[in-house]
Design a protein. Sequence first.
Length: 511
Amino acid sequence: KVLVIDFGGQYNQLVARRVRECNVYCEIYSYRTSLDEIRKMNPKGIILTGGPNSVYEKGAASAPAELFHMGIPVLGLCYGAQLMMHVLGGKVEKAPEREYGKTELILDRPDSALYQGIPEKSIVWMSHNDYITSLADGFEVIAHTANCPYAAVQNVEAGLYAFQYHPEVLHSQYGTEMLRNFVLHVCGCKGTWRMEDFAEQTISELREKIGDGKVLCALSGGVDSSVAAVLLSKAVGKNLTCVFVDHGLLRKDEGDMVSAVFGPDGPYDLNFVRVDASDLFFSKLKGITEPEQKRKIIGEEFIRVFEQEAKKIGKVDYLVQGTIYPDVVESGLGGESAKIKSHHNVGGLPDYVDFKEIVEPLRYLFKDEVRKVGLHLGIPEKLVMRQPFPGPGLGIRIIGEVTPEKVKIVQEADAIYREEMDKAGMNKTVGQYFAALTNMRSVGVMGDERTYDYAIALRAVNTIDFMTADAAEIPYPVLKTVTNRIVNEVNHVNRVFYDITSKPPGTIEFE
Ligand code: XMP
């Protein structure tokens, strides 16, 4: 495998992705990872990412010179490139002009191993304030741009390469090819790794690590926890217990769907425990209207219920978490990218600490990679392709107090919405969509009767990263059918709104 060493740059996830697209397995580690640990992993190559600092600043993220003398090929990107020069005796200074955006790269050494099959002029993506002003001993320039004399350098003998630009960004025309040249031709990787291999390899590693230890998994029925559970079930069978806490705030029929897949009638070898805790959640939520307080209560109760079930099982050696790479980054836990928001999937561990270790088999994967693994493992597409659903569930899709009656209303409305989106073929093209219950009531007329009922809000967004989002353009006829059906079929609803607010300033959920 190849190691990607993270210095906190914004494109670091992309580096890992591109390498895996070259059919080479890679994992991302913080720059704080020790040389011993790196050596133990025996990587075929190392890629140093970009980062927000300046290498010459006090306290900037650094790397020991020894990293470059271990006989492992190293490719530095942007900050990584500057760091390599700085540590090995070259010079990095503030550039007279910040270089940002698409830039023409001119090869000085088209014969370099990294430039095989690359035209002498192509576009690359630049984003830097500093630049290399003199090279470390043994290095030669292999490409430049108008403002950057050392846009790419190499020391072939030492196996060291550095790009000032970002080959991982798709605006770099031949970026993936350059990375492929590094991992295949310099590092000597075979380029035969596939996502399917990840599943098989992970299962056998888990089996070896866990032996006949007892494993506990909190299964939510979401994509990540489902895939993690199936990997574990294939590795250790009945030594795995999956606890599925039904807080009563799931979408219509969702609990039954999860039970059908993971329960005793499903195809997997594991102990499945479904806990119906809806009464408890409803009683704790009674009278509570403040969104963050609702979240907190639901989160805490969830953990309490899970703990109680866990105690019944007795001794647990390992706890499974379906953490995926973006969770790790968002929480500021694993990689080095700036903390974006505290994530819901990480950090909320049960505080009974009666287990040896947490296992996170999906820690290095992106969502679409997790889905590929899930499909390969034969998990039903319905589950694998599911859109995100928040942990607090319908609790944060009901504005104001949560009651069983309101949950029923929003479940029915949401089911109709989803059914019609399926029929219209929109279910695969829209990122996330759902119905929410506003706490607005208004006057309407039904038959000859005056009504005073709730308004449902429909939301549908397209988003790449869930940090920003645009309202999806749902065809008017679809909205009309959904609206007609909801007001006709769902009791206590007499109005439907469609929310076209983008994020920001709105959020995706209503609370
Ligand atoms: P917002 O509403 O913040 O949502 O724009 C962004 C994404 O995060 C999901 N979300 C949550 N997920 N617990 C979760 O597990 C939460 O409390 C939570 N709040 C929002 C939301 O569904 C969307 O995909």
